[in-house]
Design a protein around this ligand. Structure first.
Ligand code: FES
Ligand SMILES: [Fe+2]
Length: 405
């Protein structure tokens, strides 16, 4: 099925729920051991078996449009350098000098044709080749071809950039994406402009990520901000390990009076696009343009901490007036995530750590989190040589059934 047909099918599924007053539920309630959210051994396994084996969403194309653009970012203890060459090819490297390991570039974005180490000035080009050694004679007959930067697998798809933190990953990228990247492509991120980046400190990455696939809390926790505009119901469109979430209410009925080939792209691509294991993308209109929040959650220094990178990209040209307007909206969103979602999450982290409850409970309506936890368990138990097959096969956790809203 082509991309538009798949998006139309998702819209039809949502519309069926709207007409019938039904929604998605799972077949049963799921419990997750509370200790999974704070145990350091479990956390280390998640870092090694999930975050170091799967592609992670590290950047937007919008940050790296120009030839010679670079971005340095440290995730899960691995400093990564993304660099686009003059011909437009984007590469990823470990941000580490081959001489004695200094970090080549400070975290952030910029433009560079060469990367010169701040320690002893060894210099690398955009292909990662070592092209200059200060006082070269002191290194004898050194073979520079073995002293290039360590390359990491990078996938630039749908205007988003994924990097795997392992040079030779077992998981095949196409199996991981399962075509979800093509659906994301319909959102048009590749042509958008970068507005702003923010970072937030949060609780265990799963406490934070559970919140991004949970619509149940919207009218409650966010009652003083945007909550009243949202129902707590959600429809889940699963593709591989990923899921797009729409709400079975709102503008979908407007499609009834339109022939299918006139269904607007804006509605066909609406909702929250969640990318396993750690990203969530949501758009909102501001004036005649769209702004997308691209949130990525990374495990922090220990089981009780995470770091969330929020990047905001837009369909709008970056005029001073629009940027000022957008920044007001972005500040508001950042406040909601920090003071409502993460303030709650950080307290959850403390209560769970008391050890006084054995499990947390996900209801039949909390299908998004059930699916995430189902995938997580399977991946943790799957050795390298079975990972691609797991992604091709999928998991049975949190099977969906239709139920009354
Ligand atoms: S560590 Fe980079 S040049 Fe010495
Ligand atoms: Fe929230």
């Amino acid at each position: 099925m082509n991309v538009r047909d798949q998006l139309v099918a998702m819209a039809e599924r949502t519309l069926v729920h709207v007409r019938a007053g039904t929604t998605d539920r799972t077949e049963s309630v799921m419990t997750v051991p509370a200790v999974n959210y704070y145990d350091p051994v479990r956390w280390q396994q998640e870092v090694e078996r999930v975050f170091r084996r799967l592609p992670l969403l590290l950047a937007t194309t919008a940050e790296l449009h120009e030839p010679h653009a670079y971005k340095a970012i440290e995730v899960c203890g691995v400093p990564v350098l993304l660099s686009r060459d003059g011909g437009g090819v984007l590469r990823a490297f470990v941000n580490m000098c081959s001489h004695r390991g200094a970090m080549l570039v400070d975290e952030g974005v910029g433009s560079a044709r060469r990367f010169s180490c701040p320690y002893h000035a060894w210099t690398y080009d955009q292909q990662g080749e070592l092209v200059g050694i200060y006082k070269r004679d002191d290194f004898g007959d050194v073979d520079t071809s073995c002293l290039g930067l360590t390359a990491l697998p990078v996938e630039e798809r749908a205007g988003l950039v994924w990097v795997t933190l392992t040079p030779n990953p077992a998981l095949k990228a196409d199996a991981f994406f399962a075509g979800y990247d093509e659906l994301l492509g319909a959102c048009g991120f590749a042509g958008m402009n970068h507005l702003a980046s923010r970072q937030l400190a949060g609780p265990n990455w799963k406490v934070a990520f559970d919140g991004y696939v949970d619509f149940y809390h919207l009218p409650i926790l966010h009652k003083d901000t945007f909550g009243p505009a949202f129902p707590s119901e959600a429809v889940f469109h699963r593709v591989g390990a990923h899921q797009r979430v729409t709400v079975p209410r709102g503008p979908w009925e407007s499609l009834e009076s339109l022939p299918q080939d006139e269904w607007p792209d804006s509605l066909l691509t609406s909702g929250v696009w969640s990318v396993f294991p750690h990203a969530s993308i949501a758009g909102f209109a501001l004036g005649e343009y769209m702004i997308y929040q691209v949130a990525r959650i990374f495990p922090g220094a220990n089981a009780d901490e995470s770091v969330t990178h929020l990047d905001f990209i837009t369909t709008a040209p970056l005029t001073d007036e629009y940027v000022a307007r957008a920044n007001k909206q972005i500040n508001f969103l950042e406040r909601v995530v920090r003071d409502e979602d993460y303030a709650t999450g950080l307290r959850i982290q403390r209560t769970l750590k008391t050890g006084t409850r054995l499990d947390v409970v996900f209801g039949r309506n909390e299908a998004g989190a059930q699916y995430v936890h189902g995938w997580l368990e399977e991946i943790l138990q799957t050795p390298d040589d079975g990972l691609t097959a797991l992604f091709q096969r999928g998991v049975a956790a949190g099977r969906l059934v239709t139920d009354r809203q």
